[in-house]
Design a protein around this ligand. Structure first.
Ligand code: PEP
Length: 251
């Protein structure tokens, strides 16, 4: 079964609401006739409801950048899956390397967040990836395996099928140094082998794996042409409509 490509923009902590609304409008205008690629944009929380209105009759889906695992209560600064769903959110990024590096995200918290997101009807985009030091010391495969088995512990296959994986080598995020198409594809094939052991081969073939890390219009085509690269999670280049669309429709 062919896997439909999926391009998601992670705006991170960028844009004011007014800038974000303008960017969303531009993307909607440029993407209005696209049906062969799934597209999502993940703005800051403060923009979600307004941008949800702008994209509601378009092929663009709304994503959030994180979710807390508890349903409600005294968790200052956090946001629940139900709150995101009510704001029109479809996807949620979980386990981004910036969360792992700066905000104490672990495979245990990733696991709790995936469960909470699925329980709230959201579709997780689960980020995994190795640092340069881990890659250079031969630990890449072990790191990816640990992140996957920890993140997906106790999650049934049918639920896991609602997730997208984003392979984001930490050394490629925001650095301008992307993984080569071959490096990305090899990692994706390895990730499928882990999922094949964790669930089964059908799952491994069905799960969509995005590549993330300095993907831009000028390297997107080669990356997206790889057999096991099913899309991209885009940071910097998602902040300009022309760049983002140059990845959605790579030349
Ligand atoms: C990201 O943050 O998910 C990302 C891939 O960033 P960038 O495209 O800027 O490397």
């Amino acid at each position: 079964m062919a896997r439909k490509k999926f391009i998601a923009g992670n705006w991170k902590m960028n844009t004011t609401p007014a800038e974000g609304i303008a960017l969303a409008r531009e993307i909607v205008t440029q993407a209005k006739n696209i049906s062969d690629v799934d597209i999502a944009i993940c703005p800051p929380y403060t923009h979600l409801a307004a941008i949800g209105e702008i994209i509601k009759d378009s092929p663009i889906k709304l994503g959030a950048q994180d979710v807390h695992w508890e349903p409600k209560g005294a968790f200052t600064g956090k946001i629940s899956a139900a709150m995101l769903g009510a704001a029109g959110v479809t996807y949620v990024i979980i386990g981004h390397s910036e969360q792992r590096t700066y905000f104490h995200e672990t495979d245990v918290s990733v696991n709790k967040k995936i469960k909470a997101a699925l329980g709230g009807g959201l579709l997780p985009i689960v980020c995994i990836g190795e640092t340069l030091e881990e890659r250079n010391s031969g630990k890449m495969e072990g790191v990816l395996k640990t992140q996957i088995t920890g993140g997906f512990a106790g999650i049934a296959k049918n639920d896991a099928l609602k997730c997208t994986i984003a392979y984001e080598p930490v050394w490629a995020i925001g650095t301008g140094v992307n993984a080569s198409p071959e490096q990305a594809n090899q990692a994706h094939i390895f990730i499928r082998s882990i999922f094949s052991s964790l669930y089964d081969v059908q799952f491994a073939q069905a799960v969509r794996i995005q590549y993330g890390g300095s993907m831009k219009p000028d390297n997107a085509k080669q990356l997206l042409q790889q057999s096991d690269v099913d899309g991209g999670l885009i940071g910097g280049a998602s902040l300009k409509a022309a760049d983002f669309m140059g990845i959605v429709i790579p030349r």
